[in-house]
Design a binder for this molecule. Structure first.
Ligand code: G4P
Length: 190
């Protein structure tokens, strides 16, 4: 999505080799009108795909996921971090290792919020190594629901998580894919 690439170039900041700060519009200050335009693009990319629910993980995926859910007119659910792994039996859970934070989180979804047979669109702000998406895919499987696809705002293509998921057969659509970045330049795929 050209407008997103331009926004990243204008408002994003590259930290170190592999972190892109986009707090100015996506992660902390939220440019809601623009997020809604991004959501319109997701709707276009998933035209013809049946979707019953949007699933994301807290925290910074929620804003974009809510916009996508609004445009698709379906509910949004987010996995909560720091839950206990299925102690009471009323949650689905997965372990997500954050490469960025070098720490693992258990994420949980209350069972009644995901129904058997539902077609779930997984949405997140970033896709890097794919740990978060793999955890969410696992949770969808635990619910006997289906992954309709994955919609991502910004994919860091050089970290390969997206390519692995596509090779595994998932429809992964990212609005911007970064193949190379440094403090002086960002190169987008395609
Ligand atoms: P992965 O899930 O694709 O494997 O990625 P990784 O472990 O590297 O990402 C961990 C967290 O960092 C995720 O959020 C992810 O959205 C975020 N993230 C990854 N790369 C970037 C980046 O370049 N810039 C920004 N701004 N965020 C990035 P989180 O820490 O789990 O949660 P939260 O920040 O949403 O609370």
């Amino acid at each position: 999505m050209r407008a997103l690439e331009e926004k990243i170039l204008k408002e994003g900041k590259v930290l170190g080799d592999d972190v892109l700060k986009v707090g100015a519009f996506l992660n902390q200050r939220l440019d809601v009108r623009f997020l809604m335009e991004m959501a319109d693009e997701v709707v276009r990319l998933f035209d013809g795909v049946a979707i019953d629910k949007v699933l994301t993980v807290e925290a910074s995926g929620i804003a974009f996921a809510v916009c996508v859910a609004h445009k698709l007119n379906v509910p949004a659910v987010y996995a909560k971090k720091g839950g206990a792994a299925n102690v009471s039996g009323d949650t689905y859970s997965a372990e997500i290792y954050s490469f960025t934070h070098k720490a693992s989180n258990t994420v949980v979804v209350t069972k009644e919020y995901l129904e058997r047979g539902e077609r779930v669109l997984i949405v997140d702000d970033f896709l890097a190594n794919g740990a978060a998406l793999n955890g969410l895919i696992d949770i969808v499987g635990q619910a006997d629901a289906y992954v309709a696809g994955c919609a991502i705002a910004i994919e860091k293509g050089f970290q390969r998580g997206g390519d692995k998921l596509r090779a595994a057969g998932y429809k992964v659509e990212s609005l911007a894919i970064i193949d190379e970045m440094s403090s002086s330049d960002i190169k987008f795929r395609g």
